[in-house]
Design a protein around this ligand. Structure first.
Ligand SMILES: C[S@@+](CC[C@H](N)C(=O)[O-])C[C@H]1O[C@@H](n2cnc3c(N)ncnc32)[C@H](O)[C@@H]1O
Length: 253
């Protein structure tokens, strides 16, 4: 008997942003392996499953990637329905592709259930459209955790040509701002730091690249954060209140 591994995106945190497919897989799961940024309410949907946290938490190493692969493979070979629950979308800067390749190499059946990526949800929930007619028709999502990850991408973008969305970038905000200034981005370019989007402890800061470079913005307090850079950030002042009203209405429906 062969089991199935579902690589499931959990969205940015609020369980209302789980897809129906994600909820269905969680309800039927025998085993759930979940990442650190996945909220408890999402994990709790898997009432009948064994559940293990395999993610990295504040400075503590998580379970090794190879170990996660073999846990999924072994359980599926025993005929179990495994949910690998990952923050946001499994294939956006989350090593989901590596996990899919490991499952394919082991000849284990798997599927991918896309999730709402924080790359789009964090700006949207803060009232920042990543594209906007007349402002920009493109955005780039990039990893900000090391210069090797973001510098080659910045080298290929004309200053101000599109919105930049940087994940894993908060602790490097000053270096990233300096890298943009060096490449000719205007110091007055609008920027936002969006913490814990969709969660109760959400907080947003808006300023400029110059402000990022001075280290402005609230501290992360252990929260995940997303950086957004570009003229679309200006729309937040007009859209943020409307967004809060719409969300309240949706939740009470
Ligand atoms: C390893 S990446 C995984 C991204 C994920 N696959 C996705 O599509 O959202 C983790 C990063 O996503 C961002 N992130 C995740 N959840 C967030 C949230 N609720 N609010 C703001 N940023 C978030 C942060 O930049 C964090 O460092």
């Amino acid at each position: 008997m062969k089991g199935l591994v579902s690589l499931v995106g959990a969205g940015p945190g609020d369980p209302h942003l789980l897809t129906r497919a994600a909820v269905a897989r969680l309800r039927r799961a025998d085993l759930v392996l979940y990442d650190a940024l996945v909220c408890d309410d999402a994990v709790a949907i898997a009432r009948h499953a064994k559940k293990f946290s395999v993610g990295k938490r504040a400075g503590r190493a998580g379970v090794r990637q190879e170990t996660i692969h073999s846990l999924m493979i072994r359980a599926a070979r025993r005929g179990q329905r495994v949910v690998r629950l990952k923050g946001g979308d499994p294939f956006v800067l989350g090593r989901g592709g590596e996990e899919a390749l490991a499952l394919r190499a082991a000849n284990v059946p798997f599927e991918v259930i896309p999730g709402v990526s924080s790359a789009i949800a964090a700006p949207a929930l803060a009232g920042i459209p990543v594209t906007h007619r007349g402002v920009t028709s493109a955005f780039t999502v990039l990893a900000g955790h090391s210069p090797a990850a973001y510098e080659p991408v910045l080298d290929s973008i004309r200053p101000g040509a599109m919105t930049l969305v940087l994940l894993m970038a908060i602790s490097a905000q000053r270096e990233i701002a300096a890298a943009l200034l060096t490449r000719g981005w205007a110091p007055s370019t609008p920027a936002a730091i969006l913490f814990a989007a969709s969660r109760d402890d959400a907080e947003a800061w808006t300023g400029t690249i110059a402000g990022l470079n001075r280290g402005e913005g609230p501290g992360d307090a252990g929260r995940p954060g997303t950086l957004v850079i570009g003229d679309v950030v200006r729309l937040r002042s007009a859209l943020k209140d409307q967004d809060a009203i719409a969300r309240e209405a949706a939740v009470s429906r």
